[in-house]
Ligand binder design. Structure first.
Ligand code: GAL
Length: 648
């Protein structure tokens, strides 16, 4: 179940055999290669140099490693950029983003599509039936370095084409966007501009469509690569390595044509990336917050329709966050087990050996730079490999009792029109997930419109535009449905629904939102009744015909219930969120196991995986029998156990 990312092109060929042998000795079965190697594969147009890659594949295969081959499109070489400068992306300020790192392309460029198809075809033809090859990775981390949206002339042309197909006529476009407001109407699609560099804010409907257009492009571009690979490489699966806390495109849509999802897990780096408080950042700086990696495991298990890998696992300190501490001893092992607890088929470390040159010199590998010597993370990986062998085949992952509906478009919509500058959708979803996990619950993350019938509770942190499919799924849910603030507040055209928010969710909730308030830091509103706490950041002022379970101080409804549907009309602080989740669990008949802030639990079949993020020790109830680790869990440790009673 372990893998590693390896760059044969970065090391003397004389080292490959030893590297491959040492990988096997460490317990590694899979090796991912090739995703940045274009300049070595094709040093000049049509002059392919496959010899080195042939030999590298053969060496790895001969050592018994299973190979995952990446298409090298994240790094177009210099000669290609010089030949076709229109492949370069533009930033929102209208500046071209140049050659010299990676991801320097826009999917809007027709030349780029041609060139991508050409290199992917060449590689798929060459290696599609290599006996060591088990699967493919398309490109590398779509969206990384803020590359989903591009703002250049090629993007404008492609966006206009997309709009032409979507709206057919300018009248329909003007109508949908409400373009009469401020005389923004156009008489020809060629008159449509990019939604940047305007004097004040651009029309949100325009921006939202620009975002949808780019999201569609990622899915189409990836499908183009998949179609080529499938034509030349029968029997091999295809994945893409998605990222943490990147929601710029609809990952579900991209994964629709992948065989499995994968993602790149840098739990400590993400502590700096996520908007935690400074106190939380310090608390979790050397271990990561206990829900960061799990949130993504659960998300990508959903994205991958049950199948996912960790394609890159942090093996020690990274180089790219604002601060990059060394993980506490035990964390690399803990993260690896945790990924498997959530259903990862393989955990693949990034990277085999730390690079003593170029951009990532401060990024650890499983081996020290230059040397054939394991790093502290490498030693932990070796320990996990032995433990996996000891534990044997893990049981199948079962459906969780709770689902969170995650909606990428709600992230775009709230970025396009924040209204309160701290209304961050990813943060809302993450905090609601955290509250569930603090109660010892397993959670599935599903897309809007996914069937919800099998869940005791369905959590919708928000859903700005509710599609027909999403509405139907929510209405046919059997369990408790908790809907959050701002839900149903915009139509597909980014307008306020004519019957007021929550629009299509009116029948379900029996509420109508007549005003909204965003609340600056420090401004809160007290909520009391069946749940207690405060609203922060956001409040929906609503009229209701539902049962009111809790009210704001001014008497307005804060939490309502109609049938099985609960509607929370604000962004809850920690106390209110906890109180609401307790009520949800109680109403749904869910059995909870309240956990301290540093302990988490995830079940897989009959195995219960406990993780202790530390720094305090913790002991498991006696009603468990340990199969790995002990009842007494020291800081940064894992215990895998079986429950001796049905419930705890
Ligand atoms: C990932 C990327 C890798 C490497 C790594 C460093 O985002 O896919 O190529 O750069 O980060 O943490």
């Amino acid at each position: 179940m372990l893998g590693v990312c390896y760059y044969p092109e970065q090391w003397d060929e004389a080292r490959w055999t030893t590297d491959a042998r040492r990988m096997r000795e460490l317990g590694i079965s899979f090796v991912r290669i090739g995703e940045f190697a274009w300049s070595r594969i094709e040093p000049a147009r049509d002059q392919f140099n496959f010899g080195w890659l042939d030999r590298a594949m053969d060496v790895l295969h001969a050592a018994g490693l299973k190979i995952v081959l990446g298409t090298p499109t994240a790094t177009p070489p210099k000669w290609l950029v010089d030949e076709c400068p229109d492949i370069l992306p533009y930033d929102e300020q209208g500046r071209v983003r140049g050659f010299g790192s990676r991801r320097h392309y826009t999917m809007s460029s027709q030349a780029w599509w041609r060139e991508s198809a050409r290199i992917v075809t060449a590689i798929a033809q060459r290696y599609g039936d290599h006996p060591g090859l088990v699967g493919w990775q398309t490109d590398n981390e779509y969206g990384c370095h803020d590359t989903t949206l591009s703002w250049g002339p090629e993007d404008l042309r492609a966006f206009q084409d997309w709009l032409r197909r979507r709206y057919q006529s300018c009248d329909q476009l003007n109508e949908a966007w409400g373009a009469v407001f401020w005389s923004m109407e156009v008489a020809d699609f060629a008159e449509v501009t990019l939604p940047n560099l305007t004097v004040t804010e651009a029309n949100p409907a325009h921006r939202m469509d620009f975002w949808r257009f780019h999201s569609d492009q990622v899915a189409a571009y990836d499908l183009m690569q998949c179609d080529i690979i499938r034509a030349h490489s029968p029997g091999r699966w295809i994945t893409h390595n998605f990222m943490g806390f990147v929601s710029d495109f609809d990952h579900f849509a991209v994964a629709d044509h992948l065989d499995l999802a994968s993602w790149d897990s840098y739990p400590i780096g993400f502590v700096e990336k996520f908007p935690f408080s400074e106190a939380e950042r310090n608390r979790w700086a050397e271990t990561s917050h206990p829900d960061i990696a799990p949130w993504h495991h659960d998300l990508y298990r959903g994205v991958g329709r049950g199948r996912f890998w960790v394609m890159e696992q942090q093996p020690g300190p990274v180089n790219w966050a604002a601060w990059n501490p060394v993980p506490k001893p035990g964390m690399v092992r803990l993260w690896t087990w945790e990924a498997m607890a959530h259903g990862a088929e393989v955990v693949s470390y990034f990277r085999w050996r730390q690079a003593p040159f170029a951009q990532e010199q401060y990024h650890a590998g499983l081996n020290l730079p230059g040397a054939d010597a394991l790093s502290p993370g490498g030693l932990e990986a070796g320990r996990v490999a032995q433990e996996i062998a000891q534990l044997g085949q893990l049981p199948a992952v079962q459906q969780a009792p709770v689902a969170i509906v995650f909606d990428y478009a709600s992230y775009w919509a709230t970025m396009v029109q924040p209204q309160g500058c701290d209304f961050r959708y990813e943060e809302l979803a993450f905090r609601w997930y955290e509250a569930l996990r603090r109660r010892g619950l397993d959670v599935d993350v599903v897309r809007p419109g996914a069937p919800l019938g099998g869940y005791a509770a369905v959590i919708v942190p928000t859903m700005i535009h509710v599609t027909d499919a999403a509405q139907a799924a929510l209405e046919s849910a059997k369990g408790v449905v908790l809907i959050g603030p701002r839900a149903g507040s915009r139509t597909r055209s980014f307008a306020i629904p004519h019957d007021l928010p929550p629009g299509p969710l009116h029948d379900l909730t029996q509420n109508r939102v007549i005003e909204v308030a965003s609340l600056r830091p420090g401004l809160t509103q007290t909520v009391s009744g069946g749940v207690e706490g405060h609203a922060t950041r956001w409040r929906d002022h609503a009229t209701t015909t539902a049962q009111v379970l809790a009210r704001f101080e001014d008497g307005g409804p804060a939490l309502t219930q109609h049938g099985q549907a609960l509607h929370l009309l604000c962004w809850p602080d920690e106390a209110l969120l906890g109180s609401v989740m307790d009520l949800v669990c109680h109403t749904a008949g869910l059995h909870t196991m309240p956990l301290p802030e540093h302990i988490r639990l995830r079940r897989r079949g009959d195995l219960w995986f406990f993780t202790n993020y530390g720094p305090e020790a913790w002991s498991l109830p006696e009603s468990f029998e340990c199969v790995l680790g002990n009842h007494q869990m020291p800081a940064q440790s894992v215990t895998v156990a079986k429950s001796l009673s049905e419930k705890v």
